[in-house]
Design a protein. Structure first.
Length: 259
């Protein structure tokens, strides 16, 4: 995969996750492949992404990770993501394990591409089915005789029923689409997680000493669970779920100090 195609592909995924994406972002000393900003109720969360289109025999080393850490420090980014079409060295994997660095190798990149391709195929198939339904609605048999006129009336009656069913299906589809769009919005997710994780402990009447722990646990389950329900790709789920959970924790901490 060419470098430009890789950058465009990653940028598209980030935009779908709610990020404002800046490709080939320049700092005083570096050129960042992608600089993403996710708006939240508490402010912007920024991410720097490096896209390395190496051949399979080459591995991304420790030097790339350290360079991206310097870029993140300059831009005050909260997370570093390094994506490659090959693999990572053992030193790079060990280094990233103890830091706020996400690594995506060729296998994970292929899984993301397959997931995105599958979604596009499903969307195309749904579009074709809607087109076929519309064609059936507008078809009327010619009325050259009394018999054919009767058939035409019968056909129209049948189509009326179909139209009602299609209308009902469209309403259900619109509701599902609206719900998925809502749950895909990071700000809406944060509000839902905050509201539910705050209300449930009070409904259970749990000991106040365990109240905070239960809130954090519920927030974690909801952050990753809701995202997983609307997003099949594990990488996007981890990134978006971590973002929602992280922001929720910050809000809880802020509320503790304010109260």
């Amino acid at each position: 995969m060419e470098k430009n195609r890789l950058v465009d592909f990653v940028a598209k995924i980030m935009e779908k996750s709610g990020f404002k994406v800046h490709k080939y972002f320049k700092t005083s000393k570096h050129l960042v492949d992608i600089y993403g900003v996710l708006p939240t109720v508490l402010g912007d969360i920024s991410v720097v992404v490096a896209c390395k289109n190496y051949e399979e025999r080459w591995k991304v080393g420790l030097d790339v990770l350290k360079e991206m850490e310097m870029v993140a420090k300059t831009l005050q980014a909260s997370k570093v993501i390094v994506i490659t079409t090959s693999t990572f060295s053992d030193n790079a994997l060990s280094y990233a394990n103890g830091r706020n660095i996400a690594l995506i190798d060729k296998d994970e990149l292929m899984n993301i591409a397959k997931s995105l391709s599958k979604k596009n195929v499903e969307t195309y198939q749904n579009y074709d089915e809607e087109e076929e339904s519309e064609d059936e609605e507008t078809y009327v048999l010619p009325s050259d005789s009394a018999g054919s006129s009767f058939l035409s009336r019968g056909r129209r009656g049948s189509l009326t029923g179909k139209k009602r069913n299609i209308s009902h299906d469209d309403t259900s589809a619109n509701l599902k689409k609206w719900g998925k769009t809502l749950l895909s919005n990071p700000i809406a997710l944060i509000i839902i997680v905050l509201a539910v994780s705050t209300l449930i402990p009070y409904l259970i009447h749990i000991n106040k000493a365990l109240l905070g722990i239960l809130r954090i646990f519920i927030a974690a389950v909801l952050s990753y669970g809701i995202v997983m329900a609307v997003e099949r790709d594990i990488t996007v789920t981890l990134i978006r779920g971590s973002t929602v959970f992280f922001v929720t924790l910050i809000i809880y901490i802020a509320l503790i100090f304010l109260t």
